[in-house]
Design a protein around this ligand. Sequence first.
Ligand code: ADP
Length: 475
Amino acid sequence: MRQALSVTSECVPFVKTGGLADVAGALPAALAGHGWETRTILPGYRQVMAALKRPKAVMTEDDLFGGKARVLAAKAAGQQILVIDAPHLFDRPGGPYLDPNGADWPDNAERFAALGWMAARVAAEGITGFAPEVLHVHDWQGGFAPVYLAEMGARDRVGSVLTIHNIAFHGLAPASLRERLRLPASGFSQDGFEFWGQINALKAGIVWADRITTVSPTYAEELKTPDFGWGLDGVLRMRGADFRGILNGIDLDLWNPATDPGIDRFTAPSGKRKARARLRHEFGLPEAEGPLAVVVSRLSEQKGLDLLLDALPALTDGGGQLVLLGSGDRRLEFEWQRAAQHRDVAVHIGYDEGLSHRVIAGGDAILVPSRFEPCGLTQMYGLRYGTIPVVARTGGLADTVIDASPVALRSGVATGIQFHPVTAHALAGALGRLCDLHRQPKVWARMQKNAMLQDLGWDLAAADYAGLYAQVSRR
Ligand code: ADP
């Protein structure tokens, strides 16, 4: 098997704040089917260290940005992982990026430079039994790794790929940190990692990696425009054909309505009745004729759930109901709690993996009104569970859902509803369409069946990544 090193700040089942963790956790198994053995290197946060059984130290570093560090190798949850044991950087309460009060850790630049540094060393030097041909870094947290690889003189031996999961996060650091971050002076320029007077970790990855991908073809096109590029559209346009979209898959074992241990299982749309009744009961909603719509999401500006607050009457006046599971922005949490005073709206503020399965299984429709969405996973979970997605026509949402247009309905291929532009007005229109379609049992059942049959696995994406790895490999 050929070998690759995946560099990530989160990975299912060890640590997760969003879709990146799902991707990083699922891709290695899928790539194995295409001839690539992938090991994953990630920071030794408390919960990651706790998951290790009999780890083996495979590399040491005397001074990793202020303290001693080791790389530990272990097999955990069926994955080969390399963990950076550096207590001065990672042994803390709170999340991967934020302290317990929700503020960025002040030394995040060093913490993730440390991830990139140790990843580059493993790639450049190799460890027993593992000499990767390809370094695959994810998001800004891995952005410096290709720079370090070049600085270590290993660029002619190891190829590199950067995947952008969300361009909104750049990993900015003050210019004064350049030397401390072990970045070359020559790189601090407009065609390097400089960005409006600061250091930009994501831009470093975009400039230094051999190839760049993002998680859907539509998002790749969007990123090359000023409206979506967050200031990096120019540099992405410059990379030309080196940059493209590869659509994410989902974990078909973890998200399988026929085997999901946490739900009332079903194999056909008609079997959803129990799960739906249980969800209504769990959330204290009355029986209703209209569609039970659900949301599972971070509450942030990106996700457009402020628009849903305004559009909600289009659902409830049409006989529909809403269950929302989410957490994040305090003001949105407050406003959604207030919205839950309506008899047909129920809200759970929090992050709850088990509940997310019950919510998605029990819903008739899942709403994803994002202003931008690199790929989006919950609409795919919805498809798999016969829960019809109602989505903004952007990014991966545009690439995964077939809108119930007249021609799609006539041809019997629709799987959901798309709307555009991303406004409360257009969303209200989509919710109206949802209620209409739900009133037509034959049409609705056909959409559900199509949705559940859609191929959502990782295999196609893994084949694409494997092809890309072979292209950038020096061997
Ligand atoms: P993003 O990465 O931008 O948050 P994605 O749709 O790509 O969006 O991935 C979100 C992931 O997080 C999905 O697996 C979703 O089920 C999960 N998720 C989001 N919010 C919650 C929540 N409150 N409780 C449980 N799971 C959640």
